[in-house]
Structure formats: structure tokens, C-alpha cells
Write a protein that binds this ligand. Structure first.
Ligand code: GLN
Length: 293
């Protein structure tokens, strides 16, 4: 721990923001690398304490801030951590930094499964850092979750995140492509969720440097039209979902109608496109219906 005078810290902070970047990123850096939470930071002005404690000295923090400004490396990758909902998750450049819009998935699911006593089996396909799967396991300790990812580094990170955020055992991790590792769960899934790579090729080329140069391409790029992985997930869903089981997929801002159509073509009913905070049709949901003949 480094004890630093509040006055020196304020001077340092002003100097950093004059170099560029935005306040939110600087606060995140002070939080994730300096160990001073954004809340504590905003209380500093009121509390008028003489000193504060940081995990790194100001020169080291400045080194990371300069690196962020000159290379556009996201603070989350510089620190190895990201906040998402009430979780603090380990991240590396092998996994996407979990996005705020994705947080809504947890609310959508709790709207669908209102009866908290119900015991369901859910799957988080392409879990990355584990965000969705872990949040669901924590808020529904009676549920059984399975999370898959094609990248074994992601599976390792996600498993550690689950272990570090809970002492529960209701989420298992499997390495493999989308549904592939789930051969033991055929016809047994009540709810499947995926935030797959959905950026179309042309859009990918134009992504901001902080995304394109650092975040894993295989977690973002969804082929020519962005729909390659969504197609695959919807097409094979019938093998794994129970009759009336739910599928929820996050999609790109303009893909809602096409994904909805895809759901219909694959025997889904009650298909809806739900909006994110910005009013974008971001999530497509539906229920798989078996045809009994
Ligand atoms: N929403 C992410 C972005 O815009 C993309 C996530 C994804 O492809 N699943 O960077």
C-alpha cells in the first residue's frame, strides 16, 4: 500500500486528465489498478482526509494511464479486471470485455422465470469471461448451469471467475464449439443464452482501435453478414432444448428482424425482439416447439 497525500493526488489527477482521455476511464484506472473505488474517489472531496491509500504509487498509475492514452489499450486489459453488474471479473485479451448492454439479459431472464422455486437447466453458449452464466448461477442458486466456450483460455478464466465470486457449484464449464460439448444434455435445456460474435465483416474493419486491436476477433466477427454463428446456434437449438424451452440471443443493432425470421424458420414460437437501454432491438427470444405428429 502507498500512502499519498490527498492534495498530491488531486494535482496528479488533474495533470492526467489534461493529457487526454476521459474522466470515466481515469476513475476506472484508479479503481482497478489503484484500488480506490469510484465511490471513495467521489467522497474524497467531502471527507477532506489528509491521506489516502493506493495499491500502486502515482508514477506506476501514470505509466498505465500513458499506455492507455498512447496505445488505446482498454483499462480492463491493463488491469486484468472488469466490472459487470455486481461482479468483478478477471479478463484478458482472450475474452471480450463484458458490455453494459448485455447486463439486461439477466433482467429479461428473471422476467421469463418468475417462479423462483422452479429448478431449471440453463446454458450460456460462448461464455467468454463467464459473465452471463455466473450472474445467473448466483442469482438462482437452485438452477443448474452449463457454460461453453471454444477457447480453453476463456474456460479457465470463466471457471476462476465463478470460483472467485461464489462458493456455489451450480455452474459447470465445458470447452467446445457452441452446443457441441452438450451431448449429455440433449432435450434437457430449459433456457439457452448466447452473446455470440455478430459483427458483420465491413463493420468489423471500422471498429474503434480500442476494440479492434485488443479484443478477440473470434468473439466479435460473425462472418460476412454477422449472422454465421447466430445461424448455427439457432439451427441446432432443437437438439438440446426441451419442448417449450427458451432461446435468447444478443444480436447487432440491425439484425433483430433477420434473427426473428431465423427463429420462426426453426420452429420457434413467441418470438420477440427486445430493446436494450438505447432502444436498440438487441435481444431475440423465442420458445422451441416440438411438432408432435
Ligand atoms: N456489442 C459488442 C461490440 O459492439 C459486440 C459483441 C458481440 O459481437 N457479441 O463491440
Amino acid at each position: 500500500m502507498f500512502v499519498i497525500s490527498t492534495e498530491n493526488f488531486s494535482v496528479w489527477k488533474k495533470k492526467q486528465i489534461l493529457k487526454g482521455g476521459d474522466n470515466k476511464s481515469l476513475s476506472l484506472l484508479i479503481d482497478l489498478l489503484g484500488g480506490l473505488s469510484t465511490k471513495e474517489l467521489s467522497l474524497l472531496k467531502i471527507k477532506s482526509e489528509k491521506n489516502l491509500r493506493l495499491k500502486l504509487d502515482l508514477d506506476s498509475l501514470e505509466y498505465f494511464w500513458d499506455k492507455h492514452l498512447s496505445t488505446f489499450t482498454p483499462i480492463q486489459y491493463l488491469s486484468g479486471f472488469s466490472y459487470w453488474r455486481d461482479l468483478k471479473l478477471e479478463v484478458s485479451n482472450k475474452v471480450l470485455i463484458p458490455r453494459p448492454e448485455t447486463e439486461l439479459i439477466i433482467e429479461i431472464v428473471s422476467e421469463i422465470f418468475k417462479n423462483k422455486e422452479e429448478q431449471i437447466t440453463y446454458v450460456d453458449l460462448g461464455t467468454g469471461s463467464g459473465a452471463i452464466g455466473i450472474a445467473l448461477a448466483l442469482s438462482n442458486p437452485r438452477w443448474n448451469g452449463v457454460a461453453t466456450d471454444i477457447d480453453k483460455n476463456a474456460i479457465e478464466i470463466a471457471s476462476r471467475n465463478f470460483a472467485n465470486n461464489s462458493n456455489q457449484s451450480n455452474l459447470k464449464f465445458y470447452c467446445g464449439n457452441w452446443w457441441d460439448p452438450l451431448f449429455n444434455f440433449k432435450g434437457e435445456i430449459d433456457l439457452a443464452i448466447a452473446n455470440p460474435p455478430y459483427i458483420p465483416q465491413d463493420n468489423y474493419e471500422g471498429l474503434p482501435i480500442e476494440v479492434k486491436n485488443f479484443e478477440p476477433k473470434n468473439a466479435l466477427l460473425g462472418g460476412e453478414e454477422g449472422l454465421d454463428h447466430i445461424n448455427e446456434i439457432v439451427k441446432y437449438a432443437h437438439l438440446y432444448l426441451k419442448d417449450n424451452g427458451w432461446l435468447l440471443i444478443e444480436n447487432h443493432f440491425d439484425q433483430g428482424d433477420r434473427v426473428k425470421q431465423l427463429f420462426f424458420e426453426n420452429r420457434f414460437t413467441s418470438v420477440k425482439v427486445l430493446k436494450d437501454f438505447s432502444g436498440i432491438g438487441r435481444f431475440t427470444i423465442g420458445r422451441y416447439q416440438e411438432i408432435i405428429s
